[in-house]
Design a protein around this ligand. Structure first.
Ligand code: FES
Length: 105
């Protein structure tokens, strides 16, 4: 599954993700800037925060409660586009998914 990371400055990076990997794991393996994955995917750090388009959000599926809570605790303003990439399980049907990297505040 090829997914695309876009940096705040517009730099695009395509990453070939393995099935079952999370967005965060694929990013860390490929060394994508701005995706740290400090907590190892336990939904505790929000250093894997990304923003997605409405269409991609729908493809990923709804947030679990734990993801929702983490986003609310670290962001003043949780936009509907905010997702934690460690909670995005990559599947073949997510081909071409675009994850916009955001600076963690
Ligand atoms: Fe820590 Fe996603 S890697 S919340």
């Amino acid at each position: 599954t090829t997914i695309v990371f876009i940096q705040p400055d517009g730099t695009r990076r395509e990453v070939d993700a393995k099935a079952g990997e999370s967005g965060m794991q694929a990013a860390v393996r490929a060394g994508v800037d701005g995706i740290v994955g400090e907590c190892g995917g336990a939904c505790m750090c929000a250093t894997c925060h990304v923003q997605v388009s409405e269409a991609d959000d729908a493809r990923i599926g709804p947030r679990e409660a734990i993801e929702e809570e983490m986003l609310e605790s670290v962001l003043d303003d949780v936009s509907p586009a905010s997702r934690l990439s460690c909670q995005i399980k990559l599947r073949p049907d997510l081909e071409g998914l675009v994850l916009n990297v955001v600076e963690v505040v």
